[in-house]
Ligand binder design. Sequence first.
Ligand SMILES: [Zn+2]
Ligand SMILES: [Zn+2]
Length: 535
Amino acid sequence: MEWADELAARVSGPQVVNDSKTPSGTVHVGSLRGPVILDVIARALRTAGHETTLLYGVDDLDAMDAQALLTADAVERYMGVPLAHIPDQLPDGHPSYARHHAQIFIDLFADLGIHPDRYYWMSEIYASGAMDEYVGRALDRADVVRDLYRRVSNVQHPDTWHPVLVVCETCGRVGTTIVTKWDGQRVFYECRADLVTWARGCGATGWASPFGGRAKLPWNLEWAAQWSVLGVTIEPCGKDLATAGGSRDRADAIAREVYEREPPIRIDYEFLNIGGRKMSTSKGRGAAAHEIVQVIPPEQLRTLFIRPRPNHAIEFDPDGTDAIPRLFDEFDRLADATAGRPVKGELPPGYASVFRYALRDPAADVAAEAAAFRPSFAHLAFLVQVPGADIEALMAAEKGTELTGHERDVLNERIAAAQAWLESYAPDRARMTVREALPDEVRSLDPEQRAFLAALAGAVLHEGGPSGGDAWQSAIFSTAAGLGLPPGRAFAALYLAFLGRPNGPRAGWLLAGLEQDFVLTRLREAATQSVGAAS
Ligand SMILES: [Zn+2]
Ligand SMILES: [Zn+2]
């Protein structure tokens, strides 16, 4: 995480870190990258000793501009209306459409370890009068704003255009109004039927006060005004707004030329792309943020977003792939490296910081977290499917001592995630069922494989039963080696005998998870190929 630590090293004085979002509908998981980056910046600043305020805003006076988000009967009435003034489309008690969608998003923050010092709602900030000064200055300097739009973004507004959007006093729409005059106290506005294609204004015209929430600034001006009102010093910026001549460039120019302040330091970040394929929704899981957090725990989700540098796009395709197990493996590798244990493969620069900032609790004991025992997700995804497996006992055997309370919490979190993964994104090959009765497929075993199964039963009985997955794994290898049977064929024999298929996850873990009497009976049955007779 050198970028965040470098940023923290080059700023001085108290810092205000800010981001905001339009609550316009269900949030894609990629939308969490911004808040996670925001939080990492705040943590890096605090670690470096800067007094830091973390703000998160909801741009809820923005106009509703997407029909698909409204129920059919609400389209005609609410397109173009501020999101804060639209009733909740679901009967679950939120005071508005904006509050409903913003709350679903905000609820994810605490789970992810993101704790803004303050959430602000633009509808409240406008209503409080705090924006009046900036609305007035935008109107006074309308010519400067028009010129700036031409220069920075090649956008040509008519000479009568003024950079304020009135909430129509007749129909309540904000997306359909245009201001053409300003007398220093009131604006003259028209609510036009054809100003935008996505909403139809009512045709009202008249003089109105633009203050106290009766009007809002267009987005680029509102953004720049937020920086002044809130004293923002650092603000990340998503790729969509970061293009040359785009939204952020305009807001930066407005900050300098209209509101006479330097814009905040910007940290541009790329998108997260969900695979080439469309996410399957048939299993009830999509790419919605509130759904994906059911399967990916906070620390692994943070890892997904902060392992690459902000300016690198993230390709993430969890559906039917091992992308989610790999995320756990990567987190565990960062933990290993941070704890000084050997790891395979390349590590990101500043890997210990990446691990630290991936932790949910900003005050966590990093060394203790790095040293903690964490079961492999792939193992767990497999063990949760083994009937009767005592997973905690198996993990204690793997660790060599009892799990601590914290390690047990991590285990339980991962067990839940593994079960959710198997029910949703997991590829079919990750799902398996131990056959209750001897599978017919054991007919395909050759004599050498049958001899191996019998020998394994004998060896295991002799030793009193291996004590864990690794011990079973070595018993399998040594028995096969003793008979001169290649390991691949030995494992295939076990998979056929227990799963009725020629492949599977680590067989040692499978056998360790099952009742030992069941294992011995099954090995002997398969060795003598008494299909359908014994069980
Ligand atoms: Zn609601
Ligand atoms: Zn109107």
